[in-house]
Write a protein that binds this ligand. Structure first.
Ligand code: KIV
Length: 267
């Protein structure tokens, strides 16, 4: 069994050049499996709105849903460090709501930290929450809650002006007190530059190999969702056809009267 991870471990891992492995998880059984495999950090991502709830994007996800899923993850008692995403509208309108909602993800959900999307524009919220001694992970670059501003899920930080803006975002997140920052959908050279400059660990998704760690959505790496896979995803299993075949076999057994057998029955 791996040792319980804390914020201190991630700073040390960056200093020693040990990569940080992060996966999303949203429920009890999957968390047990991911944690048993030795993951460093689990993100209860608002991506659950898409991969679990079937929405087109993450914008409809609510605080209640985030708390529900964070609680389910925590019931697996993971040794991984658990970060809960702050959903759209839970931190953008005012700092009092940002503080309260972050506190609820820790107090009710049981997470150890929260994640906030945004750079310079999120710095005040990050600072307000870290002042309450709640660790915050930043998230810059392709930020899915900014879908409509970005005009789609497009790689960010291309060209000198956009790259400079992202470097400013990274600096602002670090200055505001974040313990780590997700770099999503940015050119690998820019991610390397930000990783080199920051003292806090960078966790990449579609940001190349030079980040201090990597994060992917569990449904994507297991091949649980659609056949379409973004370029940055590596699929480590193809579970969708296996599940479909198991269900088809069950249906055939029930309809053909071959399930249940005697060994499945009580006498
Ligand atoms: O919501 C999420 O799962 C995320 C990760 C993909 C970084 O934000």
């Amino acid at each position: 069994m791996h040792k319980k991870k804390t914020v201190l471990d991630f700073q040390k891992m960056k200093a020693e050049g040990e990569k940080i492995a992060v996966l999303t998880s949203y429920d009890f059984p999957m968390t047990g499996l991911i944690d048993g495999a030795g993951i460093d950090m689990i993100l209860v991502g608002d991506s659950l709105g898409v991969v679990v709830a079937g929405h087109d994007n993450t914008l409809p996800v609510t605080m209640e849903e985030m708390i529900y899923h964070t609680k389910a993850v925590m019931r697996a008692r993971p040794n991984a460090f658990v970060v809960a995403d702050m959903p759209f509208l839970s931190y953008q309108t005012d700092l009092t709501s940002a503080r309260l909602n972050a506190g609820l993800l820790i107090k009710d959900g049981g997470a150890a930290a929260v994640k906030i999307e945004g750079g310079v524009n999120a710095a005040a919220a990050i600072a307000a929450i870290t002042e309450m001694d709640i660790p915050v992970m930043g998230h810059i670059g392709l930020t899915p809650q900014s879908l409509h501003r970005m005009g789609g899920y497009k790689v960010q930080g291309k060209g000198d002006a956009q790259a400079e803006k992202l470097i400013e975002d990274a600096r602002a997140v670090e200055r505001a007190g974040a313990f780590a920052v997700v770099l999503e959908g940015i050119p690998m050279g820019l991610a390397a530059r930000i990783t080199e400059e920051l003292t806090i660990p960078t966790i990449g998704i579609g940001a190349g190999p030079h980040c201090d760690g990597q994060v992917l959505v569990i449904h994507d790496i297991l091949g649980l969702c659609s056949k379409y896979s973004p370029k940055f995803v590596k699929r480590y299993a193809e579970l969708a056809p296996i599940i479909a075949e198991a269900c088809a076999n069950y249906i055939a057994d029930v309809k053909g009267g071959t399930f249940p057998e005697e060994r499945h029955c009580f006498k």
